[in-house]
Ligand binder design. Structure first.
Ligand SMILES: Cc1cc2nc3c(=O)[nH]c(=O)nc-3n(C[C@H](O)[C@H](O)[C@H](O)COP(=O)(O)OP(=O)(O)OC[C@H]3O[C@@H](n4cnc5c(N)ncnc54)[C@H](O)[C@@H]3O)c2cc1C
Length: 578
């Protein structure tokens, strides 16, 4: 924002007016904009020095005469302009274009023109609007009226850029969507607006570069399809999140999965991104070297930003060479303590496995009961290892080392797959874990919901965290199962509950996250914040880092249109959700 002398209050007023209501809308008044809360704007915060106080007082008087909106916005800009952070109480209340207004309607017509008025490029059918707001797996749900006003399906980065420019110009919220498998209420349209869905048309593999081990793809490419394609080329993708997840959303949440122990999370697997910024500017974060010290790490800025800083249209992703030999070991233990201590021992001894997964006795029992696998499993806490290498000898050597560690920690048996069928069979138990839990819960109560959790602790604290949390889960009397990306200390307890038991689950989840944070862990290992984890991330990191994130958000998205209310609060008086 420009600086103004005391005598230029009118200039300041004009400037604020222009900033807030661009040219085309100068004749409109604030009734064209709506705030989702009816709470009056916050009073201006105190100004620091006596000179600034005088200036503040003068401007306040001048601006009050011409309308509260300008005054409020001015104080917001003024207060935050010299500060490196934006605390929530100084963030102001965002204003968005009223969906019932003529202006909104005209903006949508403009967007439809960008999409060449092709009717398969947008939708306002209730089922589509519902599908772009929520999913069964979400821990938080939208209120009945929280739906996007329209879903658009662009075909090119250029179209996305034009759509963003229109939304930016008209203060219309935008929610980028890809596979819609996120879990923390990431897609709740708290402020309505436009959902941009990449899955329908922007789902192409652009180029595989085997010589450089990377692949360039559009945002709507699904990871399963991509992994199959890479597999045909002797390669693999380093991450494996939920079913149907797609590159745009995987970048959005910085996902990982069972393979991250070996190949890293999405953060480590992105080489470059094509991003459309809030105002429609298109950037490429960098070229194609595996590493670069040239400038800020823009990949790091956008990966994990949950659609709040920019819209990803393309990405170049690392590929990894498929291990020539890989097998599965399955190792049941009598207790979670033994199983987790075995994991920490293996990790701290520097053994590199391709995956280290753990399931608890309840999960093994439910997999048996669901009949989703052919085999009957021992109903004990069980470790599943993927052990790979360039020749069979490497694999056998690693497996025998794992067996030694398992014996040191009182394993019951050690089963190592002898052929491909056995490999598939042993890994099948891990693959059906969540579905089996849901099936069982729904048999008992068709209305049953599942709360999928996701916390991570440093590996040395993993055994303690798991023992205490498992005890809480068992004591709760609810159907509770657990899977864990154990090699990283990342675990998911699945709590099944009926509506009346929701407070019990909320308390269990609350205690679990508090425990993880107290053990120097994180409220989210891989699912992200959405709306559901924001208060915990605040506790985990403290006020200042979150206020810095808010500053970054407001700098990159000054009209606050990109996936509002996710990652961090941007408004003290934000709308409620379920
Ligand atoms: C059964 C099940 C199992 C799961 N297991 C795992 C697991 O093991 N590991 C794991 O990490 N996750 C897991 N998940 C969670 C989920 O699959 C991941 O978070 C995944 O990365 C989400 O991708 P998506 O394409 O579905 O994203 P979406 O749900 O579409 O979006 C996720 C976020 O990214 C943003 N976004 C979407 N597209 C774009 C874009 N083009 N540009 C910018 N932002 C965008 C959205 O606004 C949103 O905030 C699981 C989910 C389910 C349902």
């Amino acid at each position: 924002m420009k600086r103004f002398s005391i005598g230029s209050a009118n200039a300041l007023k004009k400037h604020c007016f222009k900033t807030l209501f661009p040219k085309t809308r100068l004749s409109h008044t604030s009734n064209r904009f709506y705030s989702t809360s009816n709470i009056p704007p916050p009073s201006p915060p105190p100004l620091a020095s006596s000179n600034t106080k005088m200036l503040g007082g003068f401007l306040a008087g001048a601006l009050l005469a011409s309308g509260v909106v300008y005054y409020q916005m001015d104080s917001e800009l003024d207060v935050n302009k010299d500060s490196c952070t934006v605390p929530l109480d100084l963030a102001g209340t965002p204003k968005y274009c009223d969906p019932k207004s003529e202006q909104f309607h005209m903006a949508i017509v403009e967007i439809q023109k960008v999409l060449f008025d092709e009717t398969d490029c947008w939708s306002i059918t209730p089922s589509e609007l519902d599908a772009h707001s929520d999913s069964y797996f979400n821990t938080h749900h939208p209120l009945p009226d929280q739906r996007p006003n329209i879903v658009v399906y662009p075909k090119t980065t250029e179209q996305v850029s034009k759509i963003m420019a229109i939304c930016h110009e008209n203060y219309i919220p935008v929610i980028p969507c890809s596979g819609m498998s996120s879990l923390e209420g990431h897609l709740i349209p708290t402020r309505h607006g436009v959902s941009i869905d990449f899955s329908k048309f922007m789902n192409k593999i652009i180029q595989l570069d085997k010589a450089n081990l990377d692949v360039q793809v559009q945002a709507g490419v699904g990871w399963e399809m991509l992994n199959d394609y890479l597999g045909d080329n002797g390669l693999l993708l380093g991450v494996d999140p939920g079913p149907n997840a797609m590159i745009g959303g995987m970048v959005g949440t910085s996902c990982s999965g069972t393979k991250a122990f070996r190949y890293g999370t999405m953060k480590e697997n992105v080489i470059n991104l094509t991003v459309v910024l809030a105002d429609g500017t298109v950037i490429k974060t960098r070229r194609r070297p595996k590493k670069s010290s040239a400038g800020y790490n823009l990949n790091g800025l956008f990966v994990g930003s949950e659609g709040t800083l920019g819209v990803v249209t393309e990405a170049t992703i690392k590929c990894h060479v498929l291990p020539k030999f890989e097998s599965i070991a399955m190792i049941p233990f009598n207790s979670i303590k033994d199983a987790t201590e075995c994991v920490t021992d293996i990790v701290t001894n520097g053994m590199i496995l391709n995956a280290m997964e753990l399931m608890d006795n309840n999960m093994m029992k439910i997999i048996n009961e669901s009949g989703q696998t052919e085999r009957h499993w021992e109903e004990k806490p069980t470790l599943f290892f993927k052990i790979g290498g360039q020749d069979e000898k490497d694999v056998d050597h690693l497996a025998s080392k794992c067996k030694e560690f398992a014996e040191k920690h009182n394993n019951l048996t050690f089963e190592f797959a002898k052929d491909d069928d056995e490999k598939l069979e042993l890994w099948s138990a891990r693959k059906v874990a969540l579905w089996s839990t849901i099936d069982t819960a729904r048999k008992n109560d068709p209305e049953s919901r599942v709360w999928t959790t996701d916390v991570i602790v440093p590996i040395s604290n993993f055994p303690r965290f798991m023992e205490e949390t498992k005890k809480d889960a068992d004591d709760s009397g609810l159907l509770a199962t657990m899977v864990s990306h154990a090699g990283e200390g990342n675990s998911h307890f699945f709590y099944c509950y009926s509506k009346k038991d929701k407070p019990i689950v909320e308390k269990l989840v609350h205690n679990m996250i508090k425990r993880a944070i107290a053990l120097e862990g994180s409220a989210s290992g891989e699912h992200g914040c959405g709306v559901g984890k924001r208060e915990y991330v605040l506790e985990e990191l403290g006020e200042a880092p979150i206020a810095l994130m808010r500053k970054i958000k407001f700098s990159l998205d000054p009209h606050k249109i990109l996936n509002p209310d996710k990652v961090m609060k941007i408004d003290m008086h934000e709308p409620k959700y379920d």
